[in-house]
Structures are given as structure tokens and as C-alpha cells.
Design a protein. Sequence first.
Length: 115
Amino acid sequence: MKRISNKRLFTLGASILLGLWGSQVTADTRPFDVRLQASACVNCHQTHTSAIPAIAGQPESVLREQLLAFKADRTPSTIMHRLVAGYEESQLRALAKYFSQQAPTEPVSDKASQR
């Protein structure tokens, strides 16, 4: 078996570390795509049921304060506090603004939403 020189090993290790560092910098500097992030929200919040409210067209201030309250764990919830934990406050504000600008959806009965 051929032995790898220390110089080659150092070069290989440095290359890997620089590659990982570069990918981290790229990931952190990408702009927040509010439409892409909002798509996750509409899975549950697209239509209104008795348990889950529709959020499109709601006032920005109401949405913003609710999201920030979930993040600060000031509002009881089963899952929302866990979902918003990974967002920065500026991203939650962007989501609130985005949804406030969307057309409201029509309420549906719980029976219709189960079909």
C-alpha cells in the first residue's frame, strides 16, 4: 500500500475544509425566499377549518405578533412553536407580510376538508 505524504494529507484536509466552509458561506448568504417558505405554511393553513385557521389575507400585524408569540413560546400550541423556532424574526415578519397580501380563502366545513 502506498503511503500518503504529510504534505499531500495536509493539502487534502485543507481542501475539504475550505470546500465545507465555502458551502456554508453560500448557504448562509442566499436570500430568504418567502414564497418558497410560505409553501410549507399552506399545507395546513390554506383553508379554514375549526382547528386550523386560514392565514391568507389576515392583517400583517396580527400574523406577525402571532408568529413571534409562537417563537417566544408565549402562545400555547401543539406544533407551531417548534415550526417557527428555526426562523429568524425578520423571516417571520416577511412571512406575515407575504400572507397579509394574499387573497383570503373561503372557509370550508370540517366535513368538506376531510374528503
